[in-house]
Design a protein around this ligand. Structure first.
Ligand code: FES
Ligand code: FES
Length: 156
C-alpha cells in the first residue's frame, strides 16, 4: 500500500512496485494533466512537484513517493478556480502550440520561480533547460515566466 497526498487529497493505493509515479497519477488517479512523452526522464513533460521539488515522474517509481506531498497541474489554481499566475501568463503570452509540454513547463517553472524569484532571461534559459518543447515555443515560454515572476511580486 502506498500513501500519496496529491493536490491536498490523501490516496491509499495498492500498486505494483514497477508502476511509475506518472502512471499512478494518470492511470490510477485520473490526473492526465501530467503528460508522458519520452518516458525516459529526458523531456520534462511529466514534471510534478514532490515535497515541493520538481521531479520527472516518468522515472520515479510511485513507491518511492510513499508518504509524499505531490502537486500536479490540476492542483495549481486557487480553490476558487483562479489560475495560478504562471497559468495565466502562459495563456496571455501564447506560450504553447500543441500544449503537450505545457503542464510540465508550468510545474517546473513553479519550483524555479520559488527558488529564483527575480530571474534574468539567462537564468530562465538555464533553469528551464530540462523542459523541452518540440513546438519550439521557447520565446513565449520565457516571456510568460518572466511576466509571472513580476505578477507574483505584486500583492494579490
Ligand atoms: S515524459 Fe518524463 S521526462 Fe519525458
Ligand atoms: S507546445 Fe508543443 S511541445 Fe511544447
Amino acid at each position: 500500500m502506498v500513501q500519496l497526498r496529491v493536490n491536498g487529497s490523501e490516496h491509499a493505493l495498492e500498486i505494483e512496485p514497477r508502476l511509475t509515479l506518472a502512471e499512478a497519477l494518470r492511470e490510477r488517479l485520473g490526473l492526465t494533466g501530467t503528460k508522458l512523452v519520452c518516458a525516459q526522464g529526458a523531456c520534462g513533460a511529466c514534471t510534478v512537484l514532490v515535497n515541493g521539488e520538481r521531479v520527472t515522474s516518468c522515472i520515479m517509481l510511485a513507491v518511492m513517493a510513499d508518504g509524499s506531498e505531490i502537486t500536479t497541474i490540476e492542483g495549481l489554481a486557487a480553490p476558487d478556480g483562479t489560475p495560478h499566475p504562471l497559468q495565466a501568463a502562459f495563456v496571455e503570452h501564447d506560450a504553447l502550440q500543441c500544449g503537450f509540454c505545457t503542464p510540465g513547463q508550468i510545474m517546473s517553472a513553479v519550483a524555479f520561480l520559488r527558488d529564483n524569484p527575480h530571474p534574468s532571461e539567462d537564468d530562465i534559459r538555464r533553469g528551464m533547460a530540462g523542459n523541452l518543447c518540440r513546438c519550439a515555443a521557447y520565446i513565449g515560454i520565457r516571456e510568460a515566466i518572466a511576466d509571472a515572476a513580476e505578477r507574483m511580486e505584486q500583492p494579490r
